[in-house]
Write a protein that binds this ligand. Structure first.
Ligand code: SF4
Length: 389
């Protein structure tokens, strides 16, 4: 087996392990360790790390988990992710977590935080509210208070305060992680046949369950190994995937896009890894550094208020141009309010910019992939024809 295949196999094992064995093993390595879960899309993992804890990304149950009791907790017409998270809680798969952070994405995640509190009253639960006003003396002041509260809470659970030095060190480690993920995305765009999206995805997913130090090593190793592999370049189209930021598509769906002739050259999977386009670290108070980064550098996404009229979709258009993409695949979870409410605005903007797109919905347990393969394949063929006119 080649080195790259070896790394990808390890990542796939982590991806498929709904028992979270790697996280359990990390906790068992030393007494008194804590693990804190987080839902998509963004939480300040730096603070969890600085408290000496393991941040654990909870991205649902994927297509391997049968939902038996989780359905009883939510309406049948909403997205799939909250039901599979509840199923995991009820089955005991998340019993190693000492707490969970619920980011401010949508009402469903807010409700899920309440369900979690009822089912796991023994754990710490926090709804991570983020500002939608980006003025330092308003949104910034609010967010600083929120982060300080989180720091105090986690320090209380850890039994020792979170120091500024620890937080600065954690910010540096996550800055390094973001630099490596940016490099991974840049290499994929440059040579997508050597760095395919199904592998980029798995390498990123490993970061949801590994300590950041180990994940940094893993991304470095994958980048080096992928360059050494000998894989043929195909006559594929180059597409950007948009809308898959929360409930994740099944891995087979990503592979289906590739088999349909698409090189995915950018996407919005696991935005927590790429929330800031520049380093967060700066001299002075590390909490101020996080606040400033959130106010000034947060990437465009449906959960972030866009204060300037007429600019919705411009980041996506710039992404298509920067990646030299032929078109966009809008792929959103079924009944995902943030993605599907934003989609018409994005479609209007990209259409006006002359960028072709196609759209479909999925859920994390989508099994019927042939229609998606046909749609993506037809789109891929047609954008290649259009772009060669
Ligand atoms: S998939 Fe969409 S609607 Fe469902 S929890 Fe995530 S953001 Fe909310």
């Amino acid at each position: 087996m080649s080195r790259v295949a070896d790394i990808v196999t390890t990542c796939e094992e982590l991806y498929e392990d709904l028992e979270f064995s790697a996280c359990r093993a990390w906790k068992e390595e030393a007494p008194g360790r804590h693990a804190i879960g987080y839902l998509p899309m963004w939480v300040p993992r730096e603070i969890i790390h600085a408290a000496g804890m393991l941040p654990v990304g909870i991205l649902g149950g994927g297509d391997k988990l049968e939902i038996i009791r989780g359905d009883a907790f939510f309406q049948s017409y909403i997205c799939h992710l909250p039901r599979s998270v509840i199923e995991l809680v009820l089955k005991g798969n998340l019993d190693f977590l000492d707490g969970c952070l619920f980011p401010s994405i949508c009402d469903i995640v807010r409700n899920l935080s309440g369900m979690w509190q009822l089912l796991r009253p023994d754990t710490y639960v926090r709804y991570v509210d983020v500002p939608q006003n980006f003025e330092p003396d308003r949104g910034g002041r609010f967010f600083r208070t929120e982060l300080r509260k989180l720091i105090d809470d986690l320090g209380g659970i850890a039994g020792r305060p979170v120091t500024d030095d620890a937080l600065k060190h954690s910010i540096e480690l996550y800055d390094e992680n973001r630099r490596l993920i940016r490099e991974l995305y840049d290499r994929r765009s440059a040579v997508p046949w050597l760095v395919p999206t199904s592998e980029v995805y798995l390498v990123q997913r490993a970061g949801m369950v590994l300590p950041v130090e180990a994940h940094n090593d893993l991304v470095r190793e994958y980048l080096a190994a992928a360059e050494m592999d000998d894989r043929p370049e195909r006559d594929n189209s180059r597409v950007v995937v948009s809308g898959a930021f929360c409930e994740q598509p099944p891995l087979d769906l990503i592979r289906t896009l590739e088999r349909a002739g698409c090189y995915v050259v950018d996407d919005d999977f696991m935005l927590v890894n790429r929330w800031f386009a520049q380093d967060v670290a700066r001299p002075g108070d590390p909490v101020d550094a996080l606040v400033t980064a959130f106010l000034e550098q947060g990437i465009a996404n449906p959960a972030r208020y866009e204060p300037h009229a007429g600019t919705k979709g411009q980041d996506l258009i710039e992404c298509v141009r920067r990646r030299d993409a032929d078109g966009i695949i809008f792929a959103a979870p079924s009944f995902c309010d943030p993605a599907l409410l934003e989609r018409p605005m994005l479609q209007k903007a990209v259409e006006a910019a002359g960028i072709p797109s196609t759209a479909f919905k999925y859920s994390e347990n989508t099994g019927q992939l042939q229609p998606i393969r046909e749609q993506a394949g037809t789109f891929s063929d047609s954008v290649k024809l259009w772009s060669s006119v």
